[in-house]
Write a protein that binds this ligand. Structure first.
Ligand SMILES: NC(=O)c1ccc[n+]([C@@H]2O[C@H](COP(=O)([O-])OP(=O)(O)OC[C@H]3O[C@@H](n4cnc5c(N)ncnc54)[C@H](O)[C@@H]3O)[C@@H](O)[C@H]2O)c1
Length: 249
């Protein structure tokens, strides 16, 4: 019996990095995976899961579009019978000094990182209610907890996710739906590639990390699995920090 056996799980941004690792980890523990992304490479995530004996489908999905959420939720219900787990993972990073950040860039990062999570959390409610509850995991960041230079817009978006999660948790708990945020430190994925390639930037971003290294996507997937599973049945509205000690002092 897997740790999320039979649970129907949407993972957004599942073509790469943390989303891909999380889709694979949930599948390895018996989850039925709806892997979504704007990147069609997401089909590869699904193929690998199916090749390993798991159950998964790919749906092209722009998380900023309401009509796409409508389609994804409808497919979940018609093909699997509802929804148990939503991993709101898709996101983008903007590394720029505040003075060089345009209003368009600010609005875009809020659309992709925050509006998407509002839409996903809103659309997940009904299908989770029909299954008598569920678990929503919203990907924030250490930069939703502390500041660092060159990322004020990103940090604002990740901070918004942190508090949106707590608000949603207070409304959804009575329906058996747990909403929590997950705060990775610096993780070795395509998003962080350019940071980790440059020695000077790498030393700066990893400096506060007590373990002295970047984390792996699998290390975040393990935390997402815990929050998705019934093992976290009393965990509601919390901030799960998985950062190698970055924020501990
Ligand atoms: N990598 C890190 O160091 C790190 C640290 C903290 C938090 N995070 C957060 O974790 C999440 C995953 O990050 P990652 O490192 O795996 O990133 P990644 O860039 O490797 O993967 C992100 C995925 O999201 C998809 N995506 C982007 N915009 C989308 C949209 N509009 N609709 C649907 N899909 C879209 C991309 O196609 C990509 O497959 C993000 O929310 C990110 O902010 C990452």
């Amino acid at each position: 019996m897997g740790r999320v056996e039979g649970k129907i799980c949407i993972v957004t941004g599942a073509a790469n990095g943390i989303g891909k690792a999380t889709a694979q980890r949930l599948a390895s523990e018996g989850g039925k995976i709806v892997a979504t992304d704007i990147d069609k490479e997401c089909q590869k995530t699904v193929d690998e899961i199916v090749d390993s004996g798991g159950e998964a489908i790919f749906l092209p999905h722009d998380v900023t579009k309401e009509k796409d959420w409508d389609m994804v939720i409808e497919q979940c219900s018609s093909r699997f019978g509802g929804l148990d787990v939503l991993i709101n993972n898709a996101g983008v990073l903007l590394m720029k000094p505040l003075q060089e950040t345009s209003l368009e860039e600010w609005n875009e990062i809020f659309r992709v990182n925050v509006t998407s999570i509002f839409l996903g959390t809103k659309f997940a409610f009904e299908p989770m209610c029909t299954r008598n509850g569920g678990s929503i995991v919203n990907l924030s960041s250490i930069y939703g907890l502390v500041g660092a230079p060159m990322a004020a817009a990103y940090e604002a978006s990740k901070g918004a996710i942190r508090l949106f999660t707590k608000g949603a948790a207070t409304e959804y708990a009575a329906h058996g739906i747990r909403v929590n945020s997950l705060h990775p430190g610096v993780i070795d994925t395509p998003m962080a590639e350019h940071l980790l390639e440059d020695t000077e930037i790498k030393n700066a971003v990893l400096g506060p990390t007590l373990l002295g290294r970047a984390g792996t996507a699998d290390e975040i997937a393990n935390a997402a699995l815990y929050l998705a599973s019934d093992e976290s049945s009393f965990v509601v509205g919390t901030e799960m920090v998985v950062d190698g000690g970055y924020t501990c002092n």
